[in-house]
Design a binder for this molecule. Sequence first.
Ligand SMILES: C[S@@+](CC[C@H](N)C(=O)[O-])C[C@H]1O[C@@H](n2cnc3c(N)ncnc32)[C@H](O)[C@@H]1O
Length: 325
Amino acid sequence: MKLPDIIEQKIEEKIANIKLNDLKQISNNLSNKYMKEERKGQALLSKDIEAISYSIIRMPATYCAVKMVLRQSLEYFSECNSYIDVGAGTGAASLAIIEDLNIEKGLCIEREEAMQNLGKELLDCVQNKENIDWISLDIEKKNINKKADLVITSYMLNEIRKENRLNIVKKLLDITNKILIIIEPGTPEGFNNIRKIQEYAVENNIKIIAPCVGNFKCTLPNNDWCHTTVRIERNKIHKYLKNGDAPYEDEKFSYIVLSKINNSNKLENTNERRILRHPIIEKGKITLKTCHDGMIEEVGITKKQKELFKIAKKIKCGEVIKGEF
Ligand SMILES: C[S@@+](CC[C@H](N)C(=O)[O-])C[C@H]1O[C@@H](n2cnc3c(N)ncnc32)[C@H](O)[C@@H]1O
């Protein structure tokens, strides 16, 4: 997967007059900030060149992560006509939503002007009939007085002060008519944020659509975490800025999709299991680490289980497998 060509071209235009060495320096600083700085609600990127650098080194991965989440639960989003993208950045989630869902109205909420400006320019390249507005707002300081069918926040929650994160999730639930998607980096900290939201959803009877199969307490041990992986094609400039030659990179992310509408017939499919790790493929046997009704289990599928074996051969970490085990 990769960003649409038209977006890559626009970003290339934006860097035409910037020295690549300067951009590399900024990108390194940005990566360091994201890796090392303690998150206390402070701005991590606020200059135009930082926004451009983000659009090259991070946006392809965050866009692809959103695409994966949308694709895995597409049937639940078909009735969403409007969305709000909170901490929209350079528009990665909005871009994926515009492409994959039949949306009429969108709202991007973002605190940093530089991110908003670039996000607007990039979305303008793909916007068709959709009506998309931007609001400059710090979600820790102000409430959003609009609602939408679908609310999404990708890679934003971990930038909020720890003690405020669950309150922000409650705010997001308040402005959600139907579905709320929260995506976090696939790190122990990112998963921990998702795990707390999962707990909150179970305690408050809010339907979990994905990745959990059913509304059960998460039983993963504290030193383990649940994540999904998406493979992203890397272009020349991405390779240069990130000092790598590999033609792709794997983005790990943790996420949760919550529903405020009753969709019980879709949710009670108890023979579904989420794949938690890369399948172990041996001769005549595939071992899957799965989550099913909150229980973590390793299941072995042998060649004798013909249909299931065929499916298991193609299944990837993060996907759902259905069948009798
Ligand atoms: C890592 S970026 C993610 C951007 C985009 N959602 C994506 O997936 O690529 C986090 C974004 O959240 C924004 N953000 C962080 N805290 C915020 C807050 N309190 N209110 C509004 N936006 C915030 C940042 O300015 C930044 O643009």
